[in-house]
Design a protein around this ligand. Sequence first.
Ligand SMILES: C[S@@+](CC[C@H](N)C(=O)[O-])C[C@H]1O[C@@H](n2cnc3c(N)ncnc32)[C@H](O)[C@@H]1O
Length: 497
Amino acid sequence: MAAVTDDFAKKCQVKQNETLGRFVIALGNIRAGETLLLEEPILVLPHAGDRRCSKCFKLTEEFCRKCHLLALCGDCSEHDERDCKRLSDLKLSEEQVLLLQEKKHSEVQSALKCILLREHLETQPLYEEISQMENQLTARRGTDIWKNNQEHAYNPLEKSGVLKQLNSEANEDLVQGLLGMLDVNAFEIRAPESGGSMRGLYRRAGLYPHSCMPNLVTAIDDERRIKVYANRFIAAGEILYNCYTNILLGTDERRHILKAGKCFDCTCSRCQDPTELGTHMSSFVCSNCACPGGYIVRQPETGTWQCLMNPEHTLKQEFVANMLERAKEEIFHARDDIYRLELLLAKLSRLLHGNHYLMLDLKQNIASILRQILQNMAHRPNKKVYERKIRLCQEILLVLKVLAPGISRLKAIALYELANTQAELARKLYSEQEQSARDLLVELDETEVMMRESLRMLLFEPLATPEGQLSRNMLRELKELKNDIKLLQEPNDDVVH
Ligand SMILES: C[S@@+](CC[C@H](N)C(=O)[O-])C[C@H]1O[C@@H](n2cnc3c(N)ncnc32)[C@H](O)[C@@H]1O
């Protein structure tokens, strides 16, 4: 059963208006880092197209041998007893079972799990709550996703007779509404296999509206518990915003994801600003302008791509779309190949602003390959490798400082990467006698400041997350760093005095 901390009731108030539907405001002032909500999921479900064990959530093609309808892997012997009994009591024929078990009808599982909440006294209040969640039924009607859900969830449930057996009043809108509610409200959570993901539905966490400049951070731990905390000071009465997309995407991409998945147009300050708060994350270089600042941006009111220096210099939307598509394809093909990625970065820098989201994507890819090279001492990386990674981390951080001015996981990790690489380089140069003890001390002092700043942000993350673990490792690294600094200070004091 979903457990909710009292914090939500004490610190948040649910309101409603025409634009946002239900939303949440701060009841009183909230400190940066303060927890607003800790809750367990009501439901954990696979993404559409996947089938996962109802007990351990591993991918599986097997079903429970008793109820025959809910997935259960070979390693698990039972799932929710009440659901199993309710479905077993339907006494389904082999034909009904085979239809509902078809691989392509994977969304049957998610729809059934929502419908089953209504079947037990203890979970009926949860069913009432999920029925009130936004499902965007009108906006989704007739869309491809609607047709897909019709074919792979509603039709098999209806044709098999199971839908009416469970709820005589159930119809197309009920099934579509439940699946829409999941798309609009569920959070992406880590799946048991490395790199995999699935969906978690929470009672309260989905109530926070979206902004591309949020004042909240959400973190989901290995137990799938969600923690929501403030990323900055929030004054009483302010709307509490979560971010439903990746902040390192350009405005068109973020808005497209929000429109397609959550059916609304974001009107936040970043979406309204063609320069994206001066970061230029979607800007093109104006080839007609020799002057610096000759960047072509998309004007939100007209949708036209115009140069900031000379509005007569424009790009056609079709050219922009094609160019970005081609660049994405090239990035995809260059993945894991650092030379191709570097070449592509140089080539695209003639067309795109250095902070364009595709350039940042390339920079992140390159930095991640450099991290692997630096971790493997057998590669004997030279000074240039360290310097390149430092430069890339600095460039990424500059953008993150604007987009996520408060507590931010992404910023903390980029800062850690920068600090770590800078310290490693300083140590290498010192051991190769290219740098004095005094220079090493200056570098390590600077590294300590960055590490502390990164740690201050990561300590708000739940322990049972990769970031929470990183913060614990950082505590150890910081201790070692302080020891090194202390050791260096002793002989240095002699030199100084
Ligand atoms: C996860 S739900 C949030 C809770 C929802 N408002 C409710 O009443 O249940 C997401 C939905 O809230 C609305 N919403 C959230 N943020 C919004 C925003 N910035 N602008 C407009 N609508 C927003 C949209 O209808 C969206 O589909």
